[in-house]
Design a protein around this ligand. Structure first.
Ligand code: NIG
Ligand code: FE
Length: 397
């Protein structure tokens, strides 16, 4: 397939713009990209001047869950904090109760509704975490649902086991026994069954300490799984530094990250995943240290964090906008954050850029320039999606 009459944002070193571009796709991969005038011959598909970017990557979601937490949204707006709700048995624990009670088929149906919102905006790879089951069987159920979503829709699903998300109520008086379950039983199981591609944890005062997180990471590494971490979201515990010491793929949230943490991430090649949806919903004041991350050349990704509590955000385009308006990213950084750097946050080197050898996952937009994507709120300019070299949505003309 030879696509012509495109403006291509290749994401090679920034936007990597090619005007009047052509892209040759062979066997599901990009075979060639460049100026149309230099393109190889053959039958061409005229794309009518559309903008083309890599398919978008949402590298941090919790989109499989039961129930909903609109009641907590109302509570928070009467002045109760996210941490107070969590300590009173709501928050993550409320979603755990609902998720344990929902059959797998029902979880698939509700998750597909959420996933479809992301796909309608050009997402071709999505990361999905467990962490609302906490017991072995419900965690396995969540990861199995995530895998099924990838069979039901034209999207690559990457899974993370997030057993260390919250302490389940049945272990209230025995934290060590819960970590035994996570490390000695569930990690070996989900690694062996290939249900999880990585292991995540929530390192925070209301969740797990640095020492507890270290144990989880050691078990993950022992079973060959890469790690990532919810770190420095509400306070600075030094989680990102620990994550970097395990060569983590990413440290996520990181509003309270300090210079030490930035330097450790830079040295380890750990990606900074910013989640402006959670910052927005929780009305946080502490901004992530963007200037220090830029200075240290830490790659920055952004993601929806789609979840029922801190970020019921179903739009990666809106997330790009929030990253610009709330955190001060440039629209170019925002686009890198949902393509090249998001792929890197998942350890995927075969996507996120339009370059020879990369997977032919492309999003085509009714837009003149790539900066148009982060600019509006509530406008969806997507026209077509190509996945593995085949038209998966919309039309090319
Ligand atoms: O990424 N920070 C921890 N976990 C999720 C929120 C989970 C929830 O509130 O249900 C997050 O924000
Ligand atoms: Fe999260």
């Amino acid at each position: 397939m030879l696509l012509t009459n495109l403006t291509a944002a290749t994401l090679q070193g920034g936007y990597g713009l090619v005007a009047d571009a052509a892209i040759l796709i062979e066997d599901g991969r990009i075979a060639w990209v460049g100026r149309r005038a230099d393109a190889p011959g053959g039958a061409a598909t005229d794309c009518g001047g559309m903008l083309v970017t890599p398919g978008l990557v949402d590298c941090h979601t919790h989109l499989v869950y039961g129930g909903n937490r609109a009641n907590e949204f109302e509570q928070r707006l009467t002045g109760v904090s996210y941490a107070e709700i969590a300590r009173a048995g709501g928050g993550i624990a409320a979603t755990v109760r609902a998720t344990r009670n929902e059959p797998e088929a029902a979880l698939v149906v509700s998750a597909l509704r959420r996933l479809d919102c992301l796909l309608a905006e050009g997402v071709t790879t999505v990361e999905i975490k467990s962490g609302y089951g906490l017991d072995r069987d419900t965690e396995v159920k969540m990861l199995a649902v995530a895998r099924k979503l990838g069979q039901a829709r034209p999207v690559d699903v990457v899974t993370s086991y997030l057993g260390a998300h919250a302490l389940p109520p049945e272990f209230r008086d025995n934290r060590a026994a819960y970590l035994d379950l996570v490390c000695d039983e569930v990690i070996p199981l989900v690694a062996g069954a290939k249900l999880a591609d990585a292991v995540d944890a929530f390192c925070e005062g209301i969740a797990f300490s640095v020492d507890e997180t270290r144990r989880v990471f050691a078990a993950a590494k022992a079973h060959g799984l890469p790690v990532k971490l919810h770190a420095e979201q509400l306070s600075n515990l030094g989680g990102a530094k620990l994550a970097a010491s395990f060569k983590a793929l990413s440290a996520d949230h990181i509003e309270y990250l300090d210079q030490d943490g930035v330097d450790a991430m830079a040295a380890a090649g750990t990606v900074a995943v910013l989640l402006p949806g959670a910052f927005y919903y929780l009305r946080e004041k502490q901004l992530p240290p963007l200037a220090a991350l830029r200075q240290a050349r830490v790659p920055v990704a952004i993601a929806t964090d789609l979840n029922p509590g801190s970020s019921p955000v179903h739009s990666l385009l809106a997330t790009m906008n929030m990253a610009c308006v709330l955190f001060g990213l440039t629209p170019e950084e925002a686009l890198m954050g949902v393509t090249a750097n998001a792929a890197r946050a998942l350890g995927l080197r075969d996507r996120g850029q339009i370059a020879p050898g990369m997977k032919a996952d492309l999003a085509l937009w009714a837009a003149e320039r790539p900066g148009d994507l982060a600019y509006p709120l509530g406008l969806n300019p997507l026209r077509a999606v190509i996945r593995n070299g085949e038209l998966a949505r919309g039309s090319l003309s």
